[in-house]
Design a protein around this ligand. Structure first.
Ligand SMILES: Nc1nc2c(ncn2[C@@H]2O[C@H](COP(=O)(O)OP(=O)(O)O)[C@@H](O)[C@H]2O)c(=O)[nH]1
Ligand SMILES: [Mg+2]
Length: 282
């Protein structure tokens, strides 16, 4: 075995250690005692990569390819009932995080979730298995409407999932929808994150080597565009390559996915702690 091989092995163990450290960090995540699970809501167009991101995270957690670990998430948003799902356990340990990846935000008038419903969902008013209606918001008398909510019922982090090739063409209506929702949730102090997907297809350098993602000028420009168009600070904008086209796992992809996920749950965790502290002060 030549010296080059030895270096390569050292590098490999470095990357594996980085991945293990991230997994350990995620395993030790705990929201406040009063909140069973941190809830993360993924928003974005159909086809933006929401389900793929969730499947990718589950793939890394489970150490095997997980596709459609969360069922019923394909196709039109309105065929799906509202529900949060657990992530796969890591080494048998369940993670107190629930994800919802079924929210489609479409451009046309009568497609995609209504803003009122989105806000009600984020504020914890919508119960499990509610079926959104395309033209009328949930009624307060609906049995699936929760009037009294606790912090645990609410969404603790909102994630906008955007195909990085589509930012330039995001329609005015969707941007207006984003803006309204954003204003509301910013007032509530709920953290917001954007994830750029399809970076491998959009940038050849990233396609070749995923570690180039934050070095890529193209991706950097796209992150800035997200900041400008959605008003999300750069610290909250991430870029990933989802497990979508490859059948085998890759440590560098895992690291990118895990570090993005860890930031998301840290934002959620901080929001939960801040809210609990504020409630105690009041
Ligand atoms: N190359 C590539 N394809 C992706 C990526 N993310 C998602 N996809 C593909 O894009 C399509 C739509 O993704 P999906 O997760 O179903 O979108 P959703 O409607 O937002 O849940 C699928 O064919 C995925 O395989 C990515 O980062 N890179
Ligand atoms: Mg989906």
């Amino acid at each position: 075995m030549g010296g080059g091989d030895v270096n390569h092995l050292t590098d490999l163990s470095f990357f594996n250690r980085t991945k293990e450290k991230l997994l350990e960090g995620i395993k030790s995540f705990k929201p406040d005692e009063s909140v069973k699970d941190a809830k993360i809501l993924m928003l974005g167009h159909v086809g933006s990569g929401k389900s793929s991101f969730v499947n990718s995270i589950n793939t890394v957690f489970a150490g095997r390819l997980c596709q459609d670990a969360i069922p019923g998430t394909g196709g039109e948003s309105f065929t799906v009932k509202f529900r949060f799902w657990n992530t796969e356990p890591i080494d048998g340990k369940g993670i107190p995080v629930k994800l919802c990846d079924t929210m489609g935000l479409e451009n046309a008038d009568k497609k995609g979730i209504l803003e009122e419903d989105l806000i009600s969902t984020i504020m914890g008013h919508v119960k499990k298995d509610y079926k959104y209606k395309p033209d009328c918001a949930i009624s307060k008398s609906d049995p699936k409407y929760r009037s009294e909510t606790t912090l645990g019922d609410r969404v603790h982090c909102v994630v906008y999932v955007i195909n990085c090739r589509h930012i330039a063409v995001l329609g005015a209506r969707v941007l207006a929808k984003y803006k309204n929702v954003r204003q509301h949730i910013s007032n509530e102090g709920i953290p917001q994150v954007a994830i750029l997907t399809h970076c491998d297809e959009a940038c050849a350098e990233v396609g070749k080597d995923v570690t180039n993602v934050y070095k890529s000028k193209y991706i950097n420009d796209k992150m800035n565009e997200v900041k400008q168009k959605l008003g999300i600070p750069l610290n909250n904008v991430f870029a990933v390559k989802n497990y979508a086209t490859t059948a085998e796992t890759d440590t560098n992809m895992d690291i990118l996915l895990l570090s993005t996920f860890k930031h998301m749950i840290n934002f959620a965790g901080r929001f939960i702690k801040n809210t609990v502290n504020k409630e105690e002060e009041d």
